[in-house]
Design a protein around this ligand. Structure first.
Ligand SMILES: Cc1cc2nc3c(=O)[nH]c(=O)nc-3n(C[C@H](O)[C@H](O)[C@H](O)COP(=O)(O)OP(=O)(O)OC[C@H]3O[C@@H](n4cnc5c(N)ncnc54)[C@H](O)[C@@H]3O)c2cc1C
Length: 391
């Protein structure tokens, strides 16, 4: 596919300015959105966009001393950033969210020496991280071979970013090291054998630019210093399920992009006086704003409840409600948008059909039914009145 150059966002001297300067952030998001059609195929990773994010300081934004330093409890701010990036391009938002998630896990479970290495991979070398946990029957095992060395066997599916990720966080069953369980490791890709990619796995409805291939790690050898945390740490609550608020934020960005494009199209067609269009746009507006209220509240409450230290179940239940509510919001917004723009709006080069494919596919996240059942279980077994459940 031939790439047409897209104007890059203006360079800046201070990365902080993107978070504090709405105009600069808008320009970056517009540039990301304008570049999206060029990577809307199953094998083109948005490399240029990730170079922009790196230059904007956004790959390192959650590292110590940076604007959204993960230790400083500004989850709501992070969720708004994820949403904005998702509104530019959902596939970029997915990969960016994986990067932020991996660095969050490093912050939680790495030793001081490991943090120094992995944080410098990002701030000094602009290396991309990701979290690859999903697998099929031929999943990953991490086998100890002595002298602090380990060999991986097996494959991961849905590896967003695939070969473009230099520091994938991969999970697998640890075997033969005196401990067993679900172990995280971070693979220094340039220092291990080449990792074969199965691109035929990736023939998706949407999110094509996330190039989420199947990767086979068999024969990859790593050391003790590449293992992150202890077996089982990956599933610790509230961090495991509570992280769902991050993908929900990215998804909401897709709904915001549809809202903006719908308003622009209706204005361009001089269709703003129609009562039915007004009422659909009104509903989209309040749905999206309620999505914003969900992620703002989820971010603030998660920070607050984490500080108290004994609220894991509550954080998870609130995250489960947030992702479920945002899924419903996005589905409803897509339906209204389709009706508002009609068939002619759903044709290229207009963005609706791509965003619709991307959002439909990205809304399919793990265990949606079990998530709802867990919310029900929480509210049925928590002995407080309705007000006190969340306040
Ligand atoms: C664009 C994209 C990028 C992704 N990138 C990554 C990545 O980088 N890293 C990563 O680890 N993962 C990634 N994933 C995978 C993702 O995290 C989920 O695992 C995946 O989307 C869930 O797939 P599914 O909908 O087929 O799941 P399923 O769990 O099969 O769910 C499908 C349906 O079956 C139901 N169901 C589930 N279990 C049962 C059961 N036992 N019995 C009956 N019904 C059941 C569910 O409730 C749901 O209704 C990505 C996914 C997408 C879409």
């Amino acid at each position: 596919m031939e790439l047409i150059p897209v104007s890059p966002p203006k360079p800046v001297t201070s990365p902080l300015s993107y978070l504090t300067d709405p105009e600069r952030m808008d320009a970056l998001i517009r540039a990301i959105a304008d570049a999206s059609p060029q990577t809307d195929d199953d094998g083109t990773f948005p490399e240029q966009v990730f170079a922009w994010l790196a230059n904007a300081g956004l790959l390192s934004v959650t590292l110590p001393g940076h604007d959204l330093d993960q230790r400083l409890s500004n989850t709501a701010g992070l969720l708004q950033l994820l949403k904005r990036i998702g509104s530019g391009n959902l596939a970029v938002g997915r990969v960016y969210e994986g990067h932020i998630n991996a660095l969050n896990l490093v912050g939680l479970y790495a030793t001081p020496a490991q943090k120094q290495t992995w944080f410098s991979d990002v701030s000094d070398h602009h290396r991309l991280f990701s979290v690859w946990n999903t697998q099929a029957q031929d999943g990953v095992r991490i086998r100890a071979i002595g002298s602090g060395r380990y060999v991986l066997e097996g494959a991961k599916t849905f590896c967003s970013g695939s070969g473009w990720i230099q520091r994938p966080l991969v999970t697998g069953e640890l075997l033969g090291a005196g401990q067993t369980g679900w172990q995280m490791c971070i693979i220094p890709t340039e220092r291990v054998k080449p990792i074969p990619q199965d691109a035929s796995f990736w023939q998706p409805l949407g999110m094509r630019a996330s190039v989420s291939y199947k990767l086979d790690f068999t024969g990859v050898e790593i050391g003790e210093e590449d293992l992150l945390g202890k077996p089982g740490d990956y599933f610790h609550q509230p961090h495991f399920s509570g992280g769902a608020i991050r993908f929900a934020a990215v998804q909401l960005g897709g709904a915001e992009a549809l809202f903006d494009a719908t308003r622009a199209l209706l204005v361009s067609m001089n269709r703003t006086d129609d009562g039915a269009q007004k009422s659909r746009l009104a509903e989209i507006a309040y749905l999206i704003e309620s999505g914003n209220q969900w992620i703002d509240a989820a971010g603030r409450k998660a920070d607050d409840w984490l500080l108290r230290g004994s609220e894991a179940g509550r954080i998870v239940a609130y995250a489960n409600m947030t992702r479920t509510a945002i899924e419903e919001i996005c589905l409803r917004v897509m339906q209204h948008t389709e009706r508002s723009v009609g068939a002619r709006g759903l044709m290229r080069p207009l963005p609706f059909e791509r965003i619709h494919r991307d959002l439909t596919f990205y809304l399919r996240q793990p265990a949606p039914d079990a998530t709802i059942a867990d919310i029900g279980q929480y509210v049925l077994t928590t002995e407080t009145n309705a007000h006190a459940l969340w306040h």
